[in-house]
Design a protein around this ligand. Structure first.
Ligand SMILES: *[C@@H]1O[C@H](CO)[C@@H](O)[C@H](O)[C@H]1NC(C)=O
Length: 382
């Protein structure tokens, strides 16, 4: 009697499969005024506002992709990190990770350092030295993740992935175990992941911790640049990259995306998120472009201090305040007619599948992946 209903429970829980793990926003400001070296705080650049963290946490966001400038963080190639500049970054990191949220740090440098291209104008060791120092500085905070570079472009595919692999190896050598993100060339566009040659070159990446994903970006205007307010493309832009990820057993994070309030973009955010959720076996998360104190009337601005219709739409999809338990319980209620004890626990298990949801019913245990337990270390395998 107890057992014959069990397959239904198993089926319901199994149907939950993978879920989007991270939902968040970019936080811009520290990379502003990028032609100014070292630049001046509150004149050329600003730090993201730590006092916005409670707003975002309440909204359910669980990750911030935070940009900064490599040259400001390390003024001389191979030299010491600039603690004064990083202290501005730390203000936001401390607020966010102190609230149990994740931060993904990204040098907003396009694979360039003072304009010199990594792997040709300057050696890979310039970048590995920087990441070694950053990893050593941040490895004790399990909620700090690294995105190796913002939008490499106009360089050979193999040259970039060689620099990326060298960076991963250097970062892991310090004992830094947190998630890493690897972009491709061509501004790491999802729409061109295959046509740009990224798909042909990206397969070389390997990680001793096996805790990484590709970082892809996507805009929906005519030339995919994110500079025009009119939306000319839809979720079909993801098809080739999604197929490639699935065929190769890889995962990706949509590290930048945005649409405007132009009528041509109506409903598109819902469609994008629905697409990523439907393909969450390969897409682990997303971050909107952008929040930050200095955007003003920028068409993509979602800083809490401004009116932003896009923010209201995104709030529906932030996973931080959701648990997958509701879904499972509902499924069970509709497929069983008797009352019996069901216990549900949410845990994280490093190295396996991110957060896991374990449902125990009538002596059987089902484990499915789910959004993270806020504030705990997560790892996942490719
Ligand atoms: C270090 O950063 C501070 C703050 O941005 C800046 O004023 C200072 O000039 C920087 N030092 C170097 C050597 O670039």
């Amino acid at each position: 009697m107890l057992t014959h209903k069990l397959p239904l429970i198993l089926a319901a829980a199994g149907a939950a499969k993978a879920a989007i793990i991270y939902t968040g926003t970019n936080e811009a400001g520290l990379e502003f005024g990028s032609s100014e070296f070292p630049g001046q705080y509150n004149k050329h650049f600003i730090n993201p506002d730590p006092t916005t963290v409670p707003f975002w946490k309440e909204a359910g966001l669980n990750i911030y992709r935070v940009g900064f400038q490599w040259e400001r963080a390390q003024p001389a190639q191979g030299g010491a990190l600039n603690e004064t500049y990083l202290a501005y970054l730390d203000q936001f990191i401390d607020a966010a990770t102190g609230a149990g949220q994740y931060v993904m740090l990204e040098p907003h440098n396009y694979a360039r350092y003072y304009g010199k291209i990594v792997g040709s104008d300057i050696p890979n060791s310039a970048l590995t030295d920087f990441w070694t120092k950053m990893a050593t500085r941040y490895k004790s905070n399990r909620l700090v993740q690294f995105d190796l570079m913002n939008e490499p472009h106009t360089m050979p595919v193999a040259q970039w992935f060689s620099a990326a692999q060298a960076s991963i190896t250097a970062i892991r050598a310090t004992g830094f175990k947190n998630t890493l993100y690897v972009p491709g060339i061509a501004w790491t566009g999802a729409h061109s992941w295959v046509s740009s040659g990224n798909s042909a070159g990206a397969g070389v990446i390997s990680d001793p911790e096996n805790n990484w994903a590709y970082d892809m970006h996507q805009y929906f205007d005519t030339d995919y640049s994110g500079t025009n307010k009119v939306c000319s493309h839809g979720v079909e832009v993801f098809t080739a990259a999604t197929s490639w990820l699935r065929a190769n057993g890889k995962k990706a994070f949509l590290g930048e995306f945005a649409t405007t309030t132009d009528a041509s973009c109506d409903g598109l955010i819902d469609k994008i998120v629905a697409y990523l959720e439907a393909n969450s076996d390969v897409w682990i998360g997303w971050a909107w472009w952008a929040a930050g104190p200095w955007w003003g009337d920028y068409m993509f601005n979602i800083e809490p201090s401004v009116t932003a219709p896009q923010r209201d739409v995104l709030k529906k999809y932030f996973v931080g305040n959701k648990t997958p338990i509701t879904t499972t319980t509902t499924s069970r209620a509709t497929t069983t007619s008797t009352t019996r004890s069901t216990t549900t626990t949410r845990t994280t298990s490093a190295g396996t599948g991110c957060a896991t949801l374990t449902v125990t019913a009538a002596g059987a245990t089902v484990t499915v992946n789910g959004p993270p337990v806020t504030g705990e270390y997560m790892a996942f395998s490719n």
